[in-house]
Design a protein around this ligand. Structure first.
Ligand SMILES: [Zn+2]
Length: 235
């Protein structure tokens, strides 16, 4: 087995396809990224509502305790009022009751407002849960598309890998090793076209004697800079 450029070129073409397909297969999960982001956002909003609810419940408890204390104060003042010994004491107690009653009214308004806020949060939570349910359905569908795309690419990759093995079997051990090493090192392609005496892999000039060798097509020529196996169309 000697140097067969056509095998190497075919292999180079095949590897470019493989690299592209593997990238697409690996990037397929990105297809579901917007749906996942939407679900995550809605879940964060729901959990924030839950946190707000917990905080608000603590606040309501405090307000209710305060209101109870005011009611007790008022009841105590009422008892004292009934037993007032003179007008001054009576007046003072009446003022206390009025003040406590105003404070109690304020607290009751605050409690009412807190309950209303809780109700609107419940409404928002309900909507958020509905949104999450429909968005999770969309996410599941997107993930299904990801799976299908990956399966399609994987099947294609498997087919190309089988062809690749056949091509590699046609090469000498030395050439095969060199090709594989180059591909692993360069990542994109182990072969490069020479056009106008320029290596299209690294865009550097090729020495004339090397160009002649490439033109001859009977020996393997590699770029002295990037190391790629060179080939060319010479008219
Ligand atoms: Zn080069």
């Amino acid at each position: 087995m000697s140097f067969d450029l056509s095998v190497i070129l075919e292999l180079g073409e095949l590897d470019r396809k493989l690299i592209r397909l593997r990238k697409r297969r690996d990037a397929a999960p990105d297809m579901a990224a917007p749906q996942r982001a939407r679900v995550d956002k809605a879940k964060r909003e729901l959990s924030q509502l839950g946190e707000q609810d917990k905080e608000a419940a603590k606040g309501v408890k405090r307000l209710e305790l305060d209101a109870k204390a005011k009611e007790a104060d008022i009841a105590k003042a009422q008892v004292a009022l009934n037993q007032a010994k003179n007008n001054d004491e009576y007046q003072a107690l009446t003022r206390t009751i009025e003040t406590r009653q105003e404070e109690l009214n304020t607290l009751e308004t605050q409690i009412l407002e807190a309950y209303e806020a809780q109700e609107s949060r419940e409404e928002l939570s309900k909507k958020a849960k509905e949104r999450i349910a429909s968005q999770e359905k969309e996410l599941a569908e997107a993930l299904e598309r990801v799976k299908e795309t990956q399966a399609k690419h994987s099947a294609e990759i498997e087919g190309l890998e089988a062809q690749r093995a056949e091509l590699l079997a046609k090469m000498t051990d030395d050439h095969r090793d060199l090709y594989e090493r180059l591909l692993a090192r360069l990542g994109d392609s182990a072969v490069a076209e020479v056009r106008d005496e320029i290596c299209q892999g690294c865009l550097l000039k090729i020495r004339p004697e090397q160009v002649s060798l490439v033109r001859g097509g009977t020996t393997m020529v590699t770029c002295s800079d990037c190391g790629r196996i060179l080939w060319g169309k010479f008219g």
